[in-house]
Design a protein around this ligand. Structure first.
Ligand code: PGA
Ligand code: ZN
Length: 431
């Protein structure tokens, strides 16, 4: 009865109004599972391939009808009759049908859509919450949310080169309280920005996108917002950055440039890798920053090494574009002492099984995992369950606005409620 009867897919839209995939798996028992696939903007070069139609007459080439047809046709044929209780066999069957390293034949978006819908169908079949079905070991933790309250880089049409300025309310007693702290800081920031006549419209991940003049000015606003909300920077709430530095690395001069200033015709600074590391060190000295993601370009392994040497003992150094949730890249990073943490994005690798394998490798190697959304999201809250199931302790899923972000926070509230009578004393991960 857990066998797949049919898999169907549909072209839907993500939070940017760009096509993506809705996938539904129906079992012979009639039980179903669905998924919706996310999509990035500042993608890593080595991510698995997101198959798009490239038909200029539809959605500027971004349609996903070919990927949808791959699910309705060959993947449906391949998996019909297989039990959803064997996630690994299903994911491996799709990987070998595709036959390419980057999943470019069927598309990682098709494969992931099916992989996640299968996981949900399995949970529904077992009559279990998704997190419990993914990991029955009951060692659950609610993650510390990393909330991106100031957006820049490729996610906002403003002056900021760093993509994400996040708050981490790690000292909250529960996830629900952490969320309240985040919301109160977000609205405190809003009024501080308004006071200084800055725009308070939001970027792709729901954080404000004002035209501030420097990283320091952004961090000063966040510090004041934490205090205005009645909380203590460093003691209650720390700051995390995602520089997404590949976006402003100038390949020709091999320097990190103030790209937004350059694009708007203003004079701009450029920093060598060494200077970029020094800049980050200085920010960490002056502000309560305890996590930096993609501080350097994804191919600048030398720069990464020196960043890890200079800051890796004190703070979290997270690899996103450099590791792309891929065990091979992570292993290379581990062997070369690069970073101490990895960002986990399901669609960078393309199946749930490979994602869990990458997380297991990280854990074994004492690297921390941060489960993450993409800048293009949907109302699918799968990653909330994934973060609890793996007890990784941290989730990055945007700011305190936009339902595509809030859907994940709301799911975590439900899970915390669901687990509240469990015998475990504290379910909330602190730091
Ligand atoms: P992306 O941004 O989804 O556009 O890649 C998120 C991130 O860089 O962490
Ligand atoms: Zn990133």
């Amino acid at each position: 009865m857990s066998e797949i009867k049919e898999i169907t897919a549909l072209e839907i839209l993500d939070s940017r109004g760009t096509p993506t995939i809705y996938c539904e798996v129906t079992l012979s028992s009639g039980i179903q599972g669905f998924s919706m696939v996310p999509s990035g903007a500042s993608t890593g070069e080595h991510e698995a391939l997101e198959l798009r139609d490239k038909d200029p007459n539809r959605y500027f080439g971004k349609g996903v009808l070919k990927a949808v047809a791959n699910i309705n046709g060959p993947i449906n044929e391949l998996l019909k009759g297989q039990s959803v209780l064997d996630q690994r066999s299903i994911d491996e069957a799709m990987i070998s049908l595709d036959g390419t390293k980057s999943k470019s034949k069927l598309g990682a978006n098709s494969i992931l859509g099916v992989s996640l819908a299968v996981a949900r169908a399995a949970a529904n079949f077992k009559k279990m919450p998704l997190f419990e079905s993914i990991s029955p070991d009951k060692n659950y933790l609610l993650p510390t949310p990393m909330m991106n309250i100031l957006n820049g880089g490729a996610h906002a049409d403003n002056s900021l080169d760093f993509q994400e300025f996040m708050i981490r309310p790690f000292n909250a007693p529960t996830f629900a309280e952490a969320l309240r702290w985040g919301s109160e800081i977000f609205y405190s920031l809003r009024s501080l920005l308004k006071e200084k006549n800055h725009v308070v419209s939001v970027g792709d991940e729901g954080g404000f996108a004002p035209n501030l003049s420097s990283d320091e000015e952004s961090l000063d606003f966040i510090l004041k917002a934490i205090e205005k909300a009645g909380l203590r920077p460093k003691t209650d709430v720390s700051i995390a950055l995602d520089c997404a530095a590949s976006e402003f690395f100038d390949k020709e001069s091999k320097t990190y440039i103030e790209k937004k200033k350059k694009l708007s015709g203003h004079s701009f600074l450029s920093r060598t890798a060494k200077e970029q590391v020094e800049h980050l060190q200085k920010l960490c000295k002056n502000y309560p920053i305890d996590s930096i993601e993609d501080g350097l370009d994804e191919n600048d392994w030398e720069g990464w090494k020196s960043l890890t040497q200079s800051l890796g003992k004190e703070i979290q150094i997270v690899g996103d574009d450099i590791f792309v949730t891929n065990p091979e890249f992570l292993q290379k990073g581990i062997d070369s002492d690069i970073g101490n943490s990895i960002l986990i994005k399901l669609n960078q690798i393309g199946t749930l099984t490979e994602t869990l394998d990458t997380m297991a490798l990280a854990k074994k190697s004492n690297y921390k995992c941060v489960v993450s959304h993409r800048s293009g999201e949907t109302e699918d809250s799968f990653i909330a369950d994934l973060s609890v199931a793996t007890a990784c302790g941290q989730i990055k899923t945007g700011s305190l606005s936009r339902s595509d972000r809030i859907a994940k926070y709301n799911r975590l509230l439900q899970i915390e409620h669901l687990l509240s009578d469990s015998s475990k004393e504290n379910l909330f991960y602190h730091k």
